[in-house]
Design a protein around this ligand. Structure first.
Ligand SMILES: *Cc1c(COP(=O)(O)O)cnc(C)c1O
Length: 495
């Protein structure tokens, strides 16, 4: 069985379904596969649907779930909720490929994992014959929130609360969350940034006031700190590789590069896991916006928060504390929990940590980092549309720009697959401005104009937002966080 162990205490070892229920380990560590000593050959996945590919990979990485449980989860997740039967299509661009991850119910890549996470959680509860409630606490930089609200709406035994930065998400993202349906959902804006929201959610699991209010309620998370979020993301690295084999671009065994617009490091870490279990990945290119803490880290081996926080037009990547990097450090250190716990303590107390050279060497064998300014990002969006008639969002543009830099610098000719992480219409105001120079204040008007200009259809669920009633308007200060969470736990406990 693949055991999941805390990155801060290897003696805290659980099965994958327990890791899904718990979210974060008690010591604040992240549950990470103890060892990956098996291989999945992409050759065996040729011709399979997305759903069946997912079943093979999840069965291997979450092998305490039965075959039937996994099949029921994948069948329930990857269906007509997605507007293409392929689920994750791959399209050719001039210099590479785009992996389109935004065809799900909320038009961002988070849907791929958050359509299945509630099912994995429900199955885990049934396995344990539990009937207590799970409170899902989620911090979002914009996209996780809506995808989690949509995935967990009215799911038995669960209640979900989402915290998002009041300033820093796009107007459409805010509207998506504020109009969420379901009797078990709550959305709260925080006067702070994403890092503040994430810290609140992480601290809640050990906060005395919160714990006292949690009688009969287990706190879990829908963030990529939850292994049940991370593992389903491994699937599309495989499925897109297999598509390139199927269309004759590569032969099985050839190496490819993946370019990943990165914030919390969850998406790219899933690519690293894919590589560990046998996908021929040459390099993982970590693309950042002006919040380039990861680029600096990969280049210097020092992770430092001593920098300005920027609000950019790719808000889902406006993050300084990339949580999942902790899992990578744990893996490349050979599961050295003491070392990792020490670094995380340094980060909390001193605002920085330094990674030993031998570990950095290992990281650099696979990872390269590039960052992109707002101007470069805007130029890429305009160019892609004008020269290739392809409409990309602001996050995908950061990835696309990183691919150009990588190819120009290294002359590497291996195929590059850029992860296209959101629909352009989630960030329509900025995308329209990049393409036409027009600055339209009303976001729905900008959406319509962008549709007219490009001829690319707006996803139905985004168009509909205009007419949905706003249900959530609450805003709190960071200091109120624990109190607000405790009150919510009390409410959930009381049914
Ligand atoms: C969440 C998100 C990212 C960053 O993914 P991480 O797993 O946090 O690194 C990039 N682009 C979009 C559109 C996102 O929603």
């Amino acid at each position: 069985m693949v055991r999941y162990i805390s990155s801060r205490n290897v003696n805290d070892a659980v099965s994958s379904h327990e890791a899904v229920i718990r979210g974060l380990a008690k010591d604040g560590g992240l549950y990470t596969p103890e060892k990956l000593d098996f291989q999945i050959d992409p050759k065996d996945l040729i011709g399979l649907s997305y759903k069946d590919t997912a079943a093979v990979i999840l069965s291997a990485l979450m092998d305490d779930y039965s075959r039937e449980e996994i099949l029921s989860c994948t069948a329930g997740a990857y269906d007509e909720k997605f507007d293409v039967t392929e689920i994750v299509p791959v399209t050719k661009t001039e210099r590479g490929w785009l992996m389109e991850l935004w065809h799900g119910p909320t038009s961002a890549f988070k849907d791929i994992a958050l359509t299945i996470l509630p099912r994995l959680l429900t199955a885990a509860y049934q396995k344990e014959n539990r009937d207590d409630k799970v409170a899902i606490l989620t911090a979002t930089s914009g996209d996780t929130g809506k995808a989690a609200l949509s995935g967990f709406a009215d799911v038995d035994h669960t209640a979900i609360t989402v915290f998002y930065p009041e300033i820093g998400v796009s107007a459409i993202q805010k509207r998506q969350m504020a109009t969420s349906k379901g009797n078990n959902v709550e959305v709260i804006a925080v006067r702070g940034n994403f890092d503040d929201c994430q810290r609140m959610v992480k601290e809640a699991v050990s906060d005395p006031e919160v714990l006292a209010a949690c009688q009969g309620v287990t706190i879990s998370s829908a963030n990529s700190i939850n292994a049940g979020r991370l593992i389903p993301q491994v699937v599309y690295y495989y499925s897109s590789y297999v598509k390139l084999v199927e269309n004759g671009t590569i032969q099985c065994g050839d190496e490819v590069n993946f370019v990943v617009p990165t914030g919390n490091f969850g998406d790219i870490l899933a690519g690293y896991i894919a590589k560990q279990i046998g996908l021929p990945v040459k390099r993982l290119i970590c693309a950042s916006n002006t919040n380039n803490v990861l680029t600096d880290f990969i280049n210097t081996g020092v992770y430092s928060l001593d920098r300005k926080f920027h609000t950019t037009m790719s808000p889902s990547m406006d993050i300084l504390i990339s949580s999942n990097l902790e899992r990578l450090l744990f893996m490349v250190s050979g599961n050295n929990d003491t070392l990792v716990a020490g670094m995380m303590k340094d980060l909390k107390e001193k605002g920085c940590y330094k990674v030993p050279d031998n570990m950095m060497q290992k990281i650099r064998e696979t990872f390269t980092g590039y960052w992109t300014s707002e101007e470069e990002c805007a130029a890429v969006i305009k160019d892609m549309f004008e020269k290739e008639n392809i409409l990309i969002d602001t996050h995908t543009a950061v990835g696309q720009a990183a691919m150009y830099k990588y190819q120009d610098e290294t002359k590497d000719t291996a195929p590059c697959i850029v992860l296209s992480t959101a629909s352009a219409y989630k960030f329509g105001h900025d995308v329209l401005k990049c393409i036409t120079g027009k600055d339209i204040a009303d976001d729905f008007e900008a959406m319509d104009t962008l549709e007219q200009v490009t001829g690319k259809p707006v996803p139905r669920q985004l168009k509909e937002l205009r007419d949905l009633p706003v249900r959530f308007t609450r805003v709190i200060d960071i200091e109120e966080g624990m109190h607000a969470i405790a009150a919510r736990m009390q409410e959930i406990a009381n049914g």
